[in-house]
Design a protein around this ligand. Structure first.
Ligand code: BGC
Length: 755
């Protein structure tokens, strides 16, 4: 579509971005990724590099904190704007993070353009993780929608708001795969599955980067954290990773490969080491796999001081050693450790580092700036920023995403949805009247005052027809009798009690790992006390991770996982609880019964002794079941669906012909609803053992009550292949099972054979 059009099309849905006038910096043939496809740009890059001093080059390779007065990041220093402008003027800075707002970033940009010797614009990066000012649900929740179109559009909105506020680059999507709910950053992932994670990663990249990075509605995406950061031992952030190359490729690589295929402009190297070599200097993963195998030619940035942290790892002797090793492995930009700026000159002079490596990295950074159109259009537009920030349209979309991300975990006796004629509701819990924690982690530009609290959302929905009685009941980690008694009294007087319990925003996220992932004791006591009143009780969990809730799962009739839903929290909760939105979200992670089961994931191997009830010598525990509380892909609806008529065509075909799988899904209940149809395979015998089930397709679709829709999937060579013993992808002849259903444990089954 030509760049001057105001409307973008997503999966057939026309979506106009708040009347934005898009400004292409180049003609319609502008490059849309950071490839070297534009000879005019390449000429300008070479010319600049020829004329730059080594100090200026190292400046380009350096990213530093650019926020004048903010202190939102660990280790971030408040800076005087004069100091920031000073380094820009001297041409010894290439990129900032932590600088926000059209006016503020324009001040920095103006000095770069008008007062620095080469007039090179600054590249401003920020963590735009689940929305910019219009905060969407946390990424794990977005993944729970199983709706790639929706997630793409959410990132589009994030990009529109961010670019208008002077951000050119987001450190997102986070595409790490995680199978350990203790790890705080599971909240930023798309869960445990490589296939779902890869689909979400690609959607997010498309959403951020839009239809051309030179437009004022797009930002450069950054797939992070390369690689295997989600496999930290013990679920402890930044911790050691020791895993086979096979697991690295099968589990952790697909989401990065999908990001590269989707044209991601940058990649961030991770904090962790992998088998003894830190990810930020790992030649095998960076040059070997990323650059050579995947053909990624964009910019690689380190994580925050991950280069000098290699000294702590015991991999580098000092900052000079660390810088030389990271540059050699292919890290182009140093985020905030200053090791490139401060040591590489000496290393070039001593002959340890070749100037050619530095020039290559400078070129990648300049190329990103050209592709973003910054040399021609360096400034953000304050009037556009005003128009798009937190617009009514953006909020409406955030409400939709939040409602579509909420997972109905239990609904005995149809307690939900609530009836419009209910007389009174007790609204209880630390998240019931809360305008801060529903924003979730990494909502740097989110503001508490933007958040519709649960109680306000419910009030909006019911007006004065229903009596709402609020009591906090407990805090997140502490509570007392007086608070609890107040909640119990409110519950006694009401027809139904709604409990909003879970995690504070800072109980999941970077460095917020937990060894116990249960609902903190005071909140569980509150739930038990309210339940004991005999008033029908519904628990709405708001968390950034699966939490362990055996008592609640057994005793509470209705449970919803609402995650941290963002600015439209209360409205979305009301939509789901009253059935205006029929929930259809599904768990993107296996939900454990006990922390001791971790790592627990659905696509595990069979073992020689698969767990069996009546056989002691099988793979299980003697004290708790081996099964999860809720399986991967699980979630209920206010209606019901039935699966039938599985057909598989092309059963004996060569691997190059796709296998066509079809199934009829009928809405057998009394309401219209969405169903997330999931396809799993199992390769029964292979030269390397295969998982018991592997997700290879999913579709979220609406099915009106009483109707049947045929859902089709195609399985190609890609879906059936795996890394053989020589680390090459192969498809082996033999039998494959196919399962199509509403989660990873049930549905209809069939089989085909590759000859
Ligand atoms: C995080 C990154 C983030 C960076 C910049 C680091 O601590 O690991 O995910 O992008 O900070 O804020």
């Amino acid at each position: 579509m030509p760049a001057h059009k105001q409307t973008s099309v997503f999966f057939g849905v026309a979506f106009t971005v708040a009347g934005i006038f898009l400004q292409p910096a180049f003609a319609d043939d502008a490059p849309t990724t950071t490839s070297r496809s534009n000879p005019e740009i390449e000429k300008r890059i070479s010319l600049l590099i020829e004329n730059m001093t080594l100090e200026e080059k190292l400046g380009q390779l350096t990213q530093q904190w650019g926020g004048e007065s903010q202190d939102v990041n660990p280790g971030a220093k408040k800076q005087a704007l004069d100091d920031i402008l000073g380094v820009v003027r001297a041409g010894i800075a290439g990129s900032f993070l932590g600088a926000y707002g059209a006016e503020y970033t324009n001040r920095i940009q103006k000095v770069a353009i008008e007062e620095s010797k080469h007039h090179i614009p600054m590249l401003i990066g920020n963590d735009v993780i689940h929305g910019f000012r219009t905060i969407f649900p946390v990424p794990l929740a977005e993944a729970a929608t199983w709706d790639v179109g929706l997630v793409e559009q959410a990132e589009r909105i994030a990009a529109v708001e961010a670019r208008a506020a002077g951000t050119h680059w987001t450190f997102a999507p986070m595409v790490d795969v995680c199978r350990d709910a203790r790890w705080g950053r599971i909240v930023e992932t798309s869960g445990e599955d490589p296939f779902l994670s890869a689909k979400m990663a690609a959607a997010r990249v498309r959403g951020f980067q839009g239809e051309g990075l030179n437009r004022n509605d797009a930002i450069l995406a950054c797939a992070k954290h390369y690689i295997a950061y989600g496999a930290a031992e013990g679920g402890r952030d930044y911790n050691t990773v020791d895993l086979s190359e096979y697991a690295l490729r099968e589990t952790h690589l697909p989401s990065f490969a999908a990001s590269v295929d989707a044209g991601v402009g940058s990649i961030m190297s991770a904090f962790n080491e992998i088998n003894g070599v830190p990810a930020s200097a790992n030649d095998m993963t960076l040059r070997g796999i990323l650059r050579n195998e995947l053909g990624f030619d964009g910019l690689v940035v380190s994580d925050w001081s991950s280069i000098t942290e290699m000294i702590n790892h015991g991999y580098a002797a000092d900052p000079a050693d660390a810088a030389a090793k990271s540059l050699a492995a292919g890290v182009d930009m140093d985020m905030c450790s200053f090791s490139y700026r401060d040591t590489l000159k000496k290393s070039v002079e001593s002959g340890r580092v070749s100037i050619r490596l530095i020039d290559d990295s400078v070129a990648r950074i300049l190329r990103a700036k050209f592709v973003l159109g910054l040399f021609d259009n360096p400034y953000a537009e304050p009037s556009l920023e005003k128009r798009v920030t937190l617009s009514a349209e953006h909020r409406a979309f955030a409400r939709k995403v939040a409602a579509k991300s909420m997972v109905l975990l239990k609904n005995d006796a149809g307690l939900l949805p609530l009836s419009d004629s209910i007389e009174s509701i007790a609204v209880i819990g630390p998240l019931a009247k809360n305008q801060h924690d529903p924003l979730g982690t990494w909502s740097l530009n989110g503001r508490d005052e933007d958040v519709v609290s649960v109680i306000d959302g419910l009030k909006q929905r019911v007006g004065d027809k229903v009596l709402l009685q609020y009591a906090q009941g407990s805090d997140f980690l502490t509570g007392d009798d007086a608070m609890r008694n107040e909640a119990v009294a409110a519950a006694k007087d009401a027809k139904v009690a709604l409990l909003f319990v879970g995690e504070a925003e800072n109980m999941s996220g970077e460095a917020y790992c937990r060894a116990t992932i249960d609902l903190p004791a005071p909140q569980l006591e509150l739930v038990k006390a309210v339940h004991a009143t005999g008033t029908p009780t519904i628990v709405v969990l708001m968390t950034g991770r699966p939490i362990v809730i055996p008592w609640i799962s057994e005793n509470i009739q209705a449970i919803v996982e609402a995650w941290h839903p963002g600015v439209e929290c209360g409205n979305a909760v009301a939509d789901v609880l009253f059935g205006d939105e029929n929930p259809a979200a599904r768990l993107p992670v296996t939900w454990p019964r006990h922390v001791g089961q971790i790592p627990l994931y659905y696509n595990h191997k069979m073992t020689g002794r698969p767990p069996a009830e009546n056989n002691r010598y099988t793979s299980k525990y003697i004290d708790i079941p081996w099964t999860p509380q809720y399986p991967f892909g699980f979630g209920l609806s206010y209606t019901t669906f039935a699966y039938a008529n599985l057909t598989i065509e092309g059963a004996a075909s060569a691997p190059s012909n796709p296998i066509k799988v079809a199934v009829d899904v009928t809405n057998t209940g009394s309401r219209d609803g969405d169903e997330v149809v999931q396809l799993y395979i199992r390769d029964l015998v292979a030269s390397r053992t295969r998982p018991v089930r592997e997700l290879k397709g999913f579709k979220r679709l609406s099915i009106p009550k009483g109707e049947t829709k045929q859902v089709t999937f195609e399985l190609t060579r890609d879906h059936l292949s795996f890394y053989g013993v020589d680390m090459k992808r192969i498809v082996e002849p033999g039998r494959f099972q196919v399962f199509v259903g509403p989660n990873c444990t049930t549905g209809v089954e069939g089989e085909f054979e590759i000859k």
